[in-house]
Design a binder for this molecule. Sequence first.
Ligand SMILES: [Zn+2]
Length: 64
Amino acid sequence: MRFEPDRRCARCRLRIAPYDVRTVYNKVTYHQHCFLLLVREEADKDKARRAEAELAASARPMSA
Ligand SMILES: [Zn+2]
């Protein structure tokens, strides 16, 4: 019996079945749908960060 590498999804911690679609990113394995959610979450975080930065910039008008 061959040692199997970790076949758990890094996001939901559930085992990834052989018939599940896997996505490997940065040597980390995810379910495909989990990876898509992760990407969306990251994009949302990024958007929120950018919105915050814009808010901070507009709240503090440039003073010379
Ligand atoms: Zn998952």
